[in-house]
Design a binder for this molecule. Structure first.
Ligand code: FPP
Length: 235
């Protein structure tokens, strides 16, 4: 594949865990456990094939509306993953960042999040963004509030505000915009994911539930991306 047709930044909306479990007569958290195993595999595979930035939507600001047992099971999976990751990162060259308001999670998960960021901060390989308690609208509101503080303190004139001023307060500040966003499970929705950053992203919706997603499915999405003709509003 030519370098220019290979995405620098890939986003994935992990979707379909609940349906996967239901099809098997299992409780929804069983779908999330299966999804967590796939998440681990796809992170490793993405890093091995040279993806530089991978952003995965793991928990949205709206996911708190789910039954308390399901939210609890997800929090347990996040903790387990980070405990394992902290051990594995000794051998892996992946930098982990978190997008979202993680202060809403229990203290022990917050500690694991800070530790993971700290341990991996000087890694030079793939950047893995895990979106946790993330919502794009909440992210933009946060950026606007921070920008308003700059205006209030006299550091910035309202008329001088540019796109870059908003970008610098997004959780993804300093990172390139996603080139490709993959949504498994067949749903044609954005679901409040990277609304600002995906202005010119290519979407690939795949008719496969996340727990069934394999490295070859990522390859397929990458090939589909390579066939797209990106014009960024030009001709
Ligand atoms: C959406 O599927 C999935 C989620 C809201 C949770 C995704 C989280 C994991 C896979 C856990 C592991 C993550 C990490 C970072 C270790 P859904 O439940 O909405 O599926 P449905 O649309 O079929 O109901």
């Amino acid at each position: 594949m030519e370098k220019s047709s290979f995405p620098l930044h890939v986003g994935i909306i992990m979707d379909g865990n609940g349906r996967w479990a239901k099809k098997r007569g299992l409780p929804r958290p069983a779908g999330h456990s299966a999804g967590a195993a796939v998440f681990k595999k796809i992170v490793r595979y993405s890093s091995s094939i040279g993806i530089r930035y991978l952003t995965i939507y793991a928990f949205s600001t709206e996911n708190w509306k789910r039954p308390v047992e399901e939210v609890g099971a997800l929090i347990k999976l996040f903790k387990q993953y980070l405990q394992d990751a902290l051990r594995d990162f000794l051998n892996e060259n992946i930098k982990v960042c978190f997008l979202g308001d993680t202060s809403a999670f229990p203290q022990d998960l917050q500690n694991l999040i800070s530790e993971t960021e700290e341990v991996s901060k000087n890694k030079t390989g793939m950047v893995l963004n895990i979106a946790l308690n993330y919502g794009s609208r909440a992210e933009i509101v946060r950026a606007v509030r921070l920008l308003a503080q700059e205006v209030k303190s006299g550091k910035l004139e309202p008329d001088a505000i540019e796109e870059a001023d908003i970008e610098k307060y997004l959780y993804t500040s300093g990172q390139p915009d996603p080139d490709l966003i993959i949504r498994p499970s067949g749903e044609n929705r954005i679901s409040n994911f990277l609304l600002w950053q995906s202005a010119y992203s290519e979407y690939v919706v795949m008719d496969i539930l996340w727990p069934d997603f394999k490295p070859k499915d990522l390859d397929w999405a990458l090939e589909e991306y390579a066939r797209r003709n990106r014009r960024f509003g030009g001709v």
